[in-house]
Design a protein around this ligand. Structure first.
Ligand code: FEO
Length: 406
Protein backbone atom coordinates (compact mmCIF):
# COMPACT_ATOMS: atom_id res chain seq x y z
CA UNK A 1 0.00 0.00 0.00
CA UNK A 2 1.33 3.44 -0.89
CA UNK A 3 1.85 6.02 1.85
CA UNK A 4 2.34 9.56 0.57
CA UNK A 5 1.71 13.07 1.85
CA UNK A 6 1.11 16.33 0.00
CA UNK A 7 3.64 19.05 0.74
CA UNK A 8 1.76 21.44 -1.56
CA UNK A 9 -1.00 20.68 -4.04
CA UNK A 10 1.47 19.46 -6.68
CA UNK A 11 4.45 18.44 -4.53
CA UNK A 12 4.37 15.08 -2.74
CA UNK A 13 6.50 13.37 -0.12
CA UNK A 14 7.11 9.83 -1.40
CA UNK A 15 9.76 8.73 1.10
CA UNK A 16 9.64 5.98 3.70
CA UNK A 17 10.64 5.16 7.28
CA UNK A 18 13.02 2.51 8.55
CA UNK A 19 12.46 1.20 12.08
CA UNK A 20 14.54 -1.91 11.61
CA UNK A 21 17.95 -0.35 11.11
CA UNK A 22 19.73 -0.21 14.45
CA UNK A 23 22.87 1.71 13.43
CA UNK A 24 22.82 4.62 10.96
CA UNK A 25 25.96 4.48 8.81
CA UNK A 26 26.54 1.26 10.76
CA UNK A 27 27.78 3.31 13.71
CA UNK A 28 25.13 5.64 15.23
CA UNK A 29 22.22 4.08 17.18
CA UNK A 30 18.78 5.18 15.95
CA UNK A 31 16.27 3.81 18.49
CA UNK A 32 13.53 6.00 17.00
CA UNK A 33 14.27 4.94 13.42
CA UNK A 34 14.96 7.24 10.49
CA UNK A 35 13.10 8.55 7.48
CA UNK A 36 14.47 8.73 3.97
CA UNK A 37 12.67 11.55 2.23
CA UNK A 38 12.08 11.87 -1.51
CA UNK A 39 9.67 14.24 -3.22
CA UNK A 40 7.78 14.35 -6.51
CA UNK A 41 6.62 17.46 -8.37
CA UNK A 42 3.80 17.11 -10.87
CA UNK A 43 4.21 19.97 -13.33
CA UNK A 44 4.11 19.90 -17.14
CA UNK A 45 7.09 17.66 -16.52
CA UNK A 46 7.31 15.25 -13.62
CA UNK A 47 10.28 15.61 -11.31
CA UNK A 48 11.63 13.33 -8.57
CA UNK A 49 13.86 14.93 -5.96
CA UNK A 50 16.32 12.29 -4.69
CA UNK A 51 15.69 8.61 -3.97
CA UNK A 52 15.92 6.50 -0.80
CA UNK A 53 17.99 3.88 0.96
CA UNK A 54 17.76 0.38 -0.46
CA UNK A 55 16.03 -0.88 2.70
CA UNK A 56 12.86 1.11 1.91
CA UNK A 57 13.07 1.07 -1.89
CA UNK A 58 9.96 -1.07 -2.36
CA UNK A 59 7.75 1.32 -0.40
CA UNK A 60 9.26 4.28 -2.24
CA UNK A 61 8.58 2.75 -5.67
CA UNK A 62 4.98 2.07 -4.69
CA UNK A 63 4.60 5.67 -3.51
CA UNK A 64 6.14 7.04 -6.69
CA UNK A 65 3.98 4.84 -8.90
CA UNK A 66 0.86 6.02 -7.08
CA UNK A 67 1.70 9.72 -7.42
CA UNK A 68 2.70 9.48 -11.08
CA UNK A 69 -0.56 7.63 -11.77
CA UNK A 70 0.57 6.45 -15.18
CA UNK A 71 2.56 9.53 -16.17
CA UNK A 72 6.17 9.05 -17.19
CA UNK A 73 8.96 10.28 -14.92
CA UNK A 74 10.76 13.03 -16.82
CA UNK A 75 13.47 14.20 -14.40
CA UNK A 76 15.29 12.93 -11.34
CA UNK A 77 17.23 15.59 -9.42
CA UNK A 78 19.91 14.10 -7.18
CA UNK A 79 20.93 16.59 -4.53
CA UNK A 80 22.97 14.03 -2.59
CA UNK A 81 24.04 10.65 -3.96
CA UNK A 82 25.27 9.03 -0.73
CA UNK A 83 23.78 5.54 -0.75
CA UNK A 84 21.26 6.26 2.04
CA UNK A 85 19.62 8.41 -0.67
CA UNK A 86 21.15 7.28 -3.95
CA UNK A 87 20.84 3.51 -3.53
CA UNK A 88 17.54 3.42 -5.43
CA UNK A 89 18.74 5.41 -8.45
CA UNK A 90 19.32 2.25 -10.47
CA UNK A 91 15.82 0.96 -9.66
CA UNK A 92 14.39 4.22 -11.01
CA UNK A 93 16.46 3.84 -14.17
CA UNK A 94 15.18 0.29 -14.64
CA UNK A 95 11.54 1.37 -14.33
CA UNK A 96 11.79 4.80 -15.98
CA UNK A 97 14.69 4.42 -18.47
CA UNK A 98 13.87 7.69 -20.27
CA UNK A 99 14.26 9.82 -17.15
CA UNK A 100 16.91 12.56 -17.26
CA UNK A 101 19.15 12.67 -14.18
CA UNK A 102 20.12 16.17 -13.06
CA UNK A 103 23.04 16.43 -10.66
CA UNK A 104 26.55 17.80 -10.16
CA UNK A 105 29.71 16.68 -11.93
CA UNK A 106 31.07 15.23 -8.68
CA UNK A 107 27.84 13.35 -8.01
CA UNK A 108 28.01 11.64 -11.41
CA UNK A 109 31.66 10.81 -10.75
CA UNK A 110 30.74 9.24 -7.39
CA UNK A 111 27.79 7.35 -8.89
CA UNK A 112 30.22 5.74 -11.34
CA UNK A 113 32.67 5.09 -8.51
CA UNK A 114 29.95 3.27 -6.55
CA UNK A 115 29.10 1.28 -9.68
CA UNK A 116 25.65 2.78 -10.30
CA UNK A 117 24.62 1.84 -13.86
CA UNK A 118 23.99 5.34 -15.20
CA UNK A 119 25.77 5.01 -18.57
CA UNK A 120 23.41 5.12 -21.54
CA UNK A 121 20.95 7.34 -19.67
CA UNK A 122 20.51 11.07 -20.16
CA UNK A 123 22.64 12.94 -17.64
CA UNK A 124 22.40 16.69 -17.17
CA UNK A 125 25.19 18.31 -15.20
CA UNK A 126 24.32 21.47 -13.29
CA UNK A 127 26.38 23.96 -11.33
CA UNK A 128 25.90 26.91 -9.01
CA UNK A 129 22.95 29.15 -9.95
CA UNK A 130 21.91 27.16 -13.03
CA UNK A 131 18.14 27.15 -13.43
CA UNK A 132 15.67 24.73 -14.94
CA UNK A 133 11.99 25.15 -15.81
CA UNK A 134 9.54 22.24 -15.64
CA UNK A 135 6.42 24.13 -16.76
CA UNK A 136 5.07 26.47 -14.13
CA UNK A 137 7.91 25.69 -11.69
CA UNK A 138 11.45 26.98 -12.05
CA UNK A 139 14.24 25.74 -9.83
CA UNK A 140 17.73 26.99 -9.17
CA UNK A 141 20.66 24.91 -8.00
CA UNK A 142 23.10 25.90 -5.25
CA UNK A 143 26.28 23.96 -4.52
CA UNK A 144 26.53 22.72 -0.93
CA UNK A 145 29.93 20.99 -0.85
CA UNK A 146 30.69 19.03 2.34
CA UNK A 147 27.13 19.32 3.62
CA UNK A 148 27.71 16.46 4.00
CA UNK A 149 29.70 15.06 1.03
CA UNK A 150 31.60 17.06 -1.60
CA UNK A 151 29.07 16.48 -4.38
CA UNK A 152 26.04 17.81 -2.48
CA UNK A 153 23.82 20.58 -3.76
CA UNK A 154 20.48 22.03 -2.73
CA UNK A 155 17.65 22.93 -5.10
CA UNK A 156 15.33 25.88 -4.61
CA UNK A 157 11.94 26.00 -6.33
CA UNK A 158 11.46 29.74 -6.87
CA UNK A 159 7.80 29.17 -7.77
CA UNK A 160 6.57 27.57 -4.54
CA UNK A 161 9.46 28.45 -2.22
CA UNK A 162 10.46 24.84 -1.51
CA UNK A 163 14.11 24.36 -0.61
CA UNK A 164 15.27 20.78 -1.15
CA UNK A 165 18.07 20.94 1.38
CA UNK A 166 19.70 17.49 1.11
CA UNK A 167 21.19 16.42 4.49
CA UNK A 168 20.99 19.97 5.85
CA UNK A 169 18.20 20.44 8.42
CA UNK A 170 17.71 16.66 8.66
CA UNK A 171 17.37 14.56 11.78
CA UNK A 172 17.28 11.00 13.02
CA UNK A 173 13.78 9.72 13.84
CA UNK A 174 11.05 8.11 11.76
CA UNK A 175 8.14 10.33 10.75
CA UNK A 176 5.40 7.77 11.44
CA UNK A 177 2.67 9.58 9.55
CA UNK A 178 3.57 13.08 10.60
CA UNK A 179 5.34 15.13 7.97
CA UNK A 180 5.53 18.80 8.99
CA UNK A 181 7.38 20.43 11.86
CA UNK A 182 4.07 21.87 13.11
CA UNK A 183 2.66 18.35 13.43
CA UNK A 184 5.25 17.42 16.05
CA UNK A 185 6.61 19.03 19.20
CA UNK A 186 10.08 19.45 17.77
CA UNK A 187 11.66 21.20 20.74
CA UNK A 188 10.36 18.55 23.13
CA UNK A 189 10.53 15.34 21.10
CA UNK A 190 12.99 15.85 18.24
CA UNK A 191 15.71 18.34 19.10
CA UNK A 192 17.99 15.82 20.85
CA UNK A 193 17.95 13.55 17.80
CA UNK A 194 18.34 16.53 15.45
CA UNK A 195 21.38 17.69 17.42
CA UNK A 196 22.84 14.19 17.52
CA UNK A 197 22.29 13.84 13.77
CA UNK A 198 23.84 17.21 12.93
CA UNK A 199 26.81 17.01 15.26
CA UNK A 200 27.82 13.46 14.36
CA UNK A 201 27.05 13.53 10.64
CA UNK A 202 27.79 17.11 9.58
CA UNK A 203 29.48 18.51 12.71
CA UNK A 204 32.98 18.44 11.25
CA UNK A 205 31.95 20.71 8.39
CA UNK A 206 30.81 23.79 10.31
CA UNK A 207 32.51 26.29 7.96
CA UNK A 208 30.77 24.69 4.96
CA UNK A 209 27.41 24.87 6.73
CA UNK A 210 28.13 28.54 7.45
CA UNK A 211 28.75 29.11 3.73
CA UNK A 212 25.44 27.47 2.88
CA UNK A 213 23.63 29.55 5.52
CA UNK A 214 25.16 32.69 4.00
CA UNK A 215 23.94 31.66 0.55
CA UNK A 216 20.50 31.01 2.03
CA UNK A 217 20.28 34.55 3.38
CA UNK A 218 19.76 35.70 -0.23
CA UNK A 219 16.58 33.64 -0.52
CA UNK A 220 15.53 33.29 3.11
CA UNK A 221 12.47 35.51 2.75
CA UNK A 222 11.31 33.44 -0.23
CA UNK A 223 11.65 30.07 1.50
CA UNK A 224 8.23 28.61 2.32
CA UNK A 225 9.22 24.98 2.85
CA UNK A 226 12.46 23.30 3.85
CA UNK A 227 12.41 19.74 2.53
CA UNK A 228 15.36 17.78 3.98
CA UNK A 229 16.31 14.19 3.18
CA UNK A 230 15.65 13.02 6.76
CA UNK A 231 12.98 14.11 9.25
CA UNK A 232 10.15 16.62 9.15
CA UNK A 233 9.47 19.16 6.41
CA UNK A 234 9.61 22.70 7.82
CA UNK A 235 6.91 25.18 6.90
CA UNK A 236 7.10 27.51 9.92
CA UNK A 237 9.47 28.58 12.69
CA UNK A 238 12.47 28.81 10.36
CA UNK A 239 14.23 31.17 12.79
CA UNK A 240 14.34 28.39 15.44
CA UNK A 241 15.94 25.93 13.04
CA UNK A 242 18.35 28.42 11.50
CA UNK A 243 19.48 29.57 14.94
CA UNK A 244 20.31 25.98 15.94
CA UNK A 245 22.25 25.41 12.72
CA UNK A 246 24.07 28.71 13.08
CA UNK A 247 25.18 27.89 16.65
CA UNK A 248 26.14 24.30 15.90
CA UNK A 249 28.13 25.24 12.80
CA UNK A 250 29.95 28.07 14.64
CA UNK A 251 30.68 25.63 17.48
CA UNK A 252 28.91 27.92 19.93
CA UNK A 253 27.16 26.21 22.86
CA UNK A 254 23.39 26.27 22.91
CA UNK A 255 23.25 26.57 26.68
CA UNK A 256 25.37 27.47 29.63
CA UNK A 257 25.62 24.14 31.37
CA UNK A 258 27.90 21.25 32.22
CA UNK A 259 28.39 17.85 30.67
CA UNK A 260 30.13 15.53 33.14
CA UNK A 261 31.52 12.54 31.26
CA UNK A 262 33.09 9.98 33.54
CA UNK A 263 35.09 6.80 33.07
CA UNK A 264 34.98 4.63 36.15
CA UNK A 265 36.10 1.02 36.68
CA UNK A 266 34.84 0.34 40.22
CA UNK A 267 32.55 3.28 40.89
CA UNK A 268 35.04 5.58 42.64
CA UNK A 269 35.51 8.02 39.79
CA UNK A 270 31.75 7.94 39.30
CA UNK A 271 31.28 8.80 42.99
CA UNK A 272 33.60 11.80 42.61
CA UNK A 273 31.68 12.91 39.49
CA UNK A 274 28.41 12.60 41.42
CA UNK A 275 29.80 14.61 44.34
CA UNK A 276 30.90 17.30 41.91
CA UNK A 277 27.46 17.38 40.27
CA UNK A 278 25.75 17.67 43.66
CA UNK A 279 27.99 20.56 44.73
CA UNK A 280 27.37 22.38 41.44
CA UNK A 281 23.62 22.00 41.89
CA UNK A 282 23.86 23.07 45.53
CA UNK A 283 25.51 26.27 44.38
CA UNK A 284 22.77 26.94 41.87
CA UNK A 285 24.09 25.44 38.62
CA UNK A 286 21.49 22.75 37.97
CA UNK A 287 21.99 22.55 34.21
CA UNK A 288 24.22 19.52 34.68
CA UNK A 289 24.09 16.18 32.86
CA UNK A 290 26.17 13.10 33.69
CA UNK A 291 27.11 10.22 31.43
CA UNK A 292 29.12 7.06 31.96
CA UNK A 293 31.28 6.93 28.82
CA UNK A 294 31.43 3.14 29.03
CA UNK A 295 27.65 2.78 28.80
CA UNK A 296 26.79 5.68 26.51
CA UNK A 297 27.29 5.59 22.77
CA UNK A 298 29.77 8.27 21.83
CA UNK A 299 27.26 9.90 19.44
CA UNK A 300 25.23 10.98 22.51
CA UNK A 301 28.35 12.34 24.23
CA UNK A 302 29.24 14.34 21.11
CA UNK A 303 25.74 15.76 20.94
CA UNK A 304 25.88 16.89 24.57
CA UNK A 305 29.38 18.35 24.14
CA UNK A 306 27.98 20.52 21.32
CA UNK A 307 24.98 21.36 23.52
CA UNK A 308 26.70 22.67 26.65
CA UNK A 309 29.34 25.30 27.37
CA UNK A 310 31.40 23.25 29.85
CA UNK A 311 32.71 19.70 29.85
CA UNK A 312 34.08 17.88 32.88
CA UNK A 313 36.15 14.84 31.99
CA UNK A 314 36.57 12.47 34.92
CA UNK A 315 38.78 9.54 34.05
CA UNK A 316 40.58 6.73 35.72
CA UNK A 317 44.14 5.95 34.56
CA UNK A 318 44.32 2.74 32.55
CA UNK A 319 47.55 1.08 31.37
CA UNK A 320 49.26 4.35 32.31
CA UNK A 321 47.00 6.12 29.81
CA UNK A 322 43.54 7.58 29.44
CA UNK A 323 40.76 5.05 29.86
CA UNK A 324 40.20 3.80 26.28
CA UNK A 325 36.53 4.79 25.99
CA UNK A 326 37.31 8.31 27.27
CA UNK A 327 40.17 8.51 24.80
CA UNK A 328 37.75 7.56 22.04
CA UNK A 329 35.42 10.38 23.14
CA UNK A 330 38.31 12.86 22.99
CA UNK A 331 39.31 11.65 19.54
CA UNK A 332 35.73 11.95 18.31
CA UNK A 333 35.43 15.52 19.64
CA UNK A 334 38.63 16.35 17.77
CA UNK A 335 37.45 14.60 14.58
CA UNK A 336 34.18 16.54 14.66
CA UNK A 337 36.06 19.81 15.09
CA UNK A 338 34.37 20.82 18.36
CA UNK A 339 35.71 24.18 19.60
CA UNK A 340 35.07 26.92 22.15
CA UNK A 341 34.43 24.78 25.21
CA UNK A 342 35.75 25.04 28.76
CA UNK A 343 37.05 21.81 30.26
CA UNK A 344 37.61 20.75 33.86
CA UNK A 345 39.48 17.60 34.74
CA UNK A 346 39.06 14.96 37.42
CA UNK A 347 41.72 12.27 37.35
CA UNK A 348 42.09 9.03 39.22
CA UNK A 349 44.93 6.56 39.58
CA UNK A 350 45.86 4.05 42.24
CA UNK A 351 49.64 4.08 41.78
CA UNK A 352 50.57 6.25 38.79
CA UNK A 353 47.93 8.84 38.07
CA UNK A 354 48.42 9.95 34.46
CA UNK A 355 44.98 10.50 32.98
CA UNK A 356 44.68 14.19 33.93
CA UNK A 357 47.94 15.28 32.30
CA UNK A 358 47.21 13.19 29.23
CA UNK A 359 43.66 14.52 28.81
CA UNK A 360 44.84 18.10 29.28
CA UNK A 361 47.61 17.63 26.75
CA UNK A 362 45.19 16.13 24.25
CA UNK A 363 42.78 19.05 24.62
CA UNK A 364 45.54 21.70 24.42
CA UNK A 365 47.57 20.11 21.62
CA UNK A 366 44.98 18.40 19.47
CA UNK A 367 41.86 20.55 19.68
CA UNK A 368 41.06 24.14 18.75
CA UNK A 369 40.07 27.11 20.89
CA UNK A 370 39.56 25.12 24.08
CA UNK A 371 40.14 26.29 27.65
CA UNK A 372 41.29 23.87 30.36
CA UNK A 373 40.72 25.19 33.87
CA UNK A 374 43.86 25.27 36.01
CA UNK A 375 42.26 23.64 39.02
CA UNK A 376 42.10 19.88 38.84
CA UNK A 377 40.76 17.26 41.22
CA UNK A 378 43.20 14.39 41.59
CA UNK A 379 42.17 11.15 43.28
CA UNK A 380 44.20 8.26 44.59
CA UNK A 381 41.73 5.39 44.09
CA UNK A 382 38.78 7.20 45.71
CA UNK A 383 37.58 10.59 46.87
CA UNK A 384 38.21 11.05 50.61
CA UNK A 385 36.48 13.60 52.79
CA UNK A 386 39.81 15.39 53.35
CA UNK A 387 39.71 16.30 49.67
CA UNK A 388 36.39 18.10 50.03
CA UNK A 389 38.09 21.52 49.94
CA UNK A 390 39.66 20.57 46.57
CA UNK A 391 36.26 19.56 45.30
CA UNK A 392 34.86 22.90 46.49
CA UNK A 393 37.69 24.74 44.74
CA UNK A 394 36.96 22.98 41.47
CA UNK A 395 33.27 23.81 41.78
CA UNK A 396 34.09 27.47 42.43
CA UNK A 397 36.49 27.66 39.50
CA UNK A 398 33.92 26.11 37.15
CA UNK A 399 31.21 28.50 38.34
CA UNK A 400 33.54 31.51 38.05
CA UNK A 401 34.41 30.56 34.49
CA UNK A 402 30.69 30.42 33.70
CA UNK A 403 30.26 33.90 35.13
CA UNK A 404 33.16 35.24 33.07
CA UNK A 405 31.58 33.91 29.88
CA UNK A 406 28.28 35.74 30.46
FE1 FEO B 1 21.64 11.20 4.55
FE2 FEO B 1 24.87 12.25 3.75
O1 FEO B 1 23.34 11.15 3.70
Amino acid sequence: MYSVRNVTKDLYWVGANDHRLSLFENIHPIPKGVSYNAYVLLDEKTVLFDTVDWSVCRQFLENLDHVLDGRPLDYMIINHMEPDHGASIEEILLRYPDVTIISTEKAFMLMRQFGFAIEGHTLEEVKEKDTKCFGSHTVTFLAAPMVHWPEAMVTFDVTNGALFSADAFGTFGALDGKLFNDEVNFDRDWIDDARRYYTNIVGKYGPHVQLLLKKATGIVNDIKYICPLHGPVWRSDFAYLLDKYDRWSRYEPEEKGILIAYASMYGNTEAAASALAAKLCEKGMTNVVMYDVSNTHVSYLISEAFHYSHVVLASVTYNLGIYPVMHNFLMDMKALNLQNRTFAIVENGSWACKSGDLMERFIQDEMKKMTVLNTRLSLASSLKSEKSHELDSLVDVILESMEEKK
